[in-house]
Design a protein around this ligand. Sequence first.
Ligand SMILES: Nc1ncnc2c1ncn2[C@@H]1O[C@H](COP(=O)(O)OP(=O)(O)OP(=O)(O)O)[C@@H](O)[C@H]1O
Ligand SMILES: [Mg+2]
Length: 361
Amino acid sequence: MTDQTPLVRIEGVSKHFGDTVALDDLTLDIARGEFVTFLGPSGCGKSTTLRILGGFERPTTGRVILDGQDVTTQPPEKRQVNMVFQDYALFPHMTVGQNISFGLELKGMDKASIKRRSDEIMSFLELDAFGDRYPAQLSGGQRQRVALARALAPDPALLLLDEPLGALDAKLRGQVQQELKSIQRRTNKTFFFVTHDQEEALTMSDRIVVMNKGRVEQDGTPEDLYFHPASRFVAEFIGETNLLSGEMRGHDGDAVVMDWFGQTLRGHAPAGAPPEGAPITASVRLEKLGFHATRPETGNAVQGKVVGKTFLGSRMAVDLMVEEAQGATLRAFVDAETGQTVGADPIWIGWDSDSMAVLRD
Ligand SMILES: Nc1ncnc2c1ncn2[C@@H]1O[C@H](COP(=O)(O)OP(=O)(O)OP(=O)(O)O)[C@@H](O)[C@H]1O
Ligand SMILES: [Mg+2]
């Protein structure tokens, strides 16, 4: 088996619960050492996928291949897979040390090896000082680390993390995000991480799989999904964006040309260009709009009037009305200084055709 074979292959997996289709023909490969995030709204099938990978649930159709082996019907304890849950699921009547050893005992490891491995993982996650404490005597972040230690102790090939940071407050959450990412790098383990928080997904992942109603909506790097969303769903789910409704006109070299309320604009179509005349929506990120005193040389330029400003500390959100486009509005992020200088006079707003994605509906 070469390292090129994916560690995980989900092959045409569907899962039905009565009339509910939780997963609809899901196909996905996960490479070794990857930090993959499954991102999507509540009920889109994230936990179901993890439960199928962990062996807690059987797919209705399709197969799960782990390390080249079909494990679709294999029980959880036979798989090189471990899971961390949102509520940690630590055993309250066991100490930290006992919680961590538990999985190793189940594997039938001898006492001396269990002690060695538990000590090793506790020292690795800086839990040495807490070995004799009970979960109730720990902070949320410490409990989180114990749950992670317990899951990593048996040295699984794949670690499944189902919203493991959901119970932490915002500040601690940011800290644990960094920790988790660094642990993943240092262990070079494959992490499959579930969240419905787009910011968390953008900061932590090598790759993000956006799910919608049991299907993959888009699969790519955080930068890909952010700057080149293929669908309206992805554009709106990840970050803030301007959505421009218009009509497909044709091509100009590599660019697609659209009409936006009488303005001719150029963009690119990550998911393929729609037919001429089709109603389309394009997405351009707020920070991609630039302000100019005279008509800029960018692919797109329109004149706008400032109708609102929101101070955000290091930057400012500026709302603009474009009279020539039937009063349609755009929102831009600019640095606070630029934001302060724009006022009553109309200004030119410019953006490149590369920064505007024409979306699949
Ligand atoms: N055991 C079950 N019996 C019946 N329906 C289920 C069962 N488990 C999940 N479902 C349904 O399958 C769909 C997907 O559920 P799943 O738990 O995978 O969603 P999720 O993406 O993890 O959502 P959340 O972000 O809320 O955790 C939902 O409509 C859910 O109601
Ligand atoms: Mg879930």
